[in-house]
Design a protein around this ligand. Structure first.
Ligand SMILES: *[C@@H]1O[C@H](CO)[C@@H](O)[C@H](O)[C@H]1NC(C)=O
Ligand SMILES: *[C@@H]1O[C@H](CO)[C@@H](O)[C@H](O)[C@H]1NC(C)=O
Ligand SMILES: *[C@@H]1O[C@H](CO)[C@@H](O)[C@H](O)[C@H]1NC(C)=O
Length: 230
């Protein structure tokens, strides 16, 4: 009797099993939305950029743009080492609007693959807007092996691709792209090089140390909270 009951139910069981496996698989068919912060945090060397993208809310804007399925975009991602080359305090001296502009200047309005850099025409279009000289010009100079980006203030080398999908290309760059519009008014933008006058260099080392200590403190805090919650 029991056996018969089970047998007559078995097609139903198979059907139910099929349903649960289909449900379990469905996240794979609709992938999690792209999260630029998560992409950058994964490589561990973009903490200043992640902070700026959060502070200016440009990170949310990028996520919205790529997940809404608009035409793609390209992000140049300066490393923490790139930011540390700037004169200390220079980021804090920018207005909120200038910080937003600085971030938007690192975003091209279209998806550009590494090989396409050989063929793009200058100036590139950034989300900061007006790219004629005097505002936000951004040019590419490339050889077979190298892609450089110039702003009229400085030059950054495209070190490598961090992430790419059909919507967004993220490239690591070794310098912060400094737009003319914001930085031409400043007499100096870079920290003195280590070979420079010892007194100035030591001041900058200490401020860089300060930043590192603050980062370390945050991580210790996170670790402590994690330890407590165990
Ligand atoms: C994106 O990732 C960051 C870091 O992993 C996380 O804090 C944030 O909540 C994520 N945002 C969304 C919309 O999932
Ligand atoms: C890129 O910039 C570096 C350093 O400024 C320079 O040595 C190199 O020749 C440049 N390469 C191209 C293709 O412009
Ligand atoms: C960028 O390229 C344009 C067109 O070739 C040129 O007129 C302009 O001077 C360049 N600007 C910079 C900052 O290199």
């Amino acid at each position: 009797m029991m056996k018969q009951l089970l047998l007559s139910f078995s097609p139903l069981l198979v059907f139910l099993l099929h349903c649960t496996t289909t449900v379990a698989q469905s996240p794979a068919t609709s992938p999690a939305p792209t999260n630029i912060t998560a992409i950058l945090e994964k490589s561990g060397k973009f903490s200043t950029l992640v902070w700026l993208l959060g502070n200016t809310q440009v990170g949310d804007r990028i996520n919205t743009q790529i997940n809404k399925g608009n035409k793609g975009l390209t992000l140049f991602a300066p490393t923490d080492a790139a930011f540390s080359r700037l004169k200390s305090g220079i980021l804090n001296s920018l207005s909120d609007q200038q910080k937003v502009q600085l971030m938007l200047f690192h975003i091209l309005t279209s998806f550009i693959s590494l090989s396409q850099f050989q063929a793009v025409s200058n100036p590139l279009h950034t989300q900061a807007g007006e790219n004629s000289n005097g505002h936000f010009p951004l040019n590419v100079t490339s050889s077979a092996k190298q892609v450089n980006i110039t702003t009229g203030i400085d030059t950054a080398n495209v070190a490598k691709s961090i992430y790419t999908d059909s919507q967004i290309a993220v490239y690591e760059v070794d310098n912060v792209l400094l737009p003319l519009e914001i930085f031409r008014h400043l007499s100096s933008v870079f920290a003195p090089s280590p070979e420079g006058p010892p007194s100035r260099a030591s001041v900058d080392t200490s401020s860089a140390m300060g930043l590192m200590i603050r980062h370390a403190a945050v991580w210790l805090g996170v670790a402590a909270i994690a330890a407590f919650s165990l």
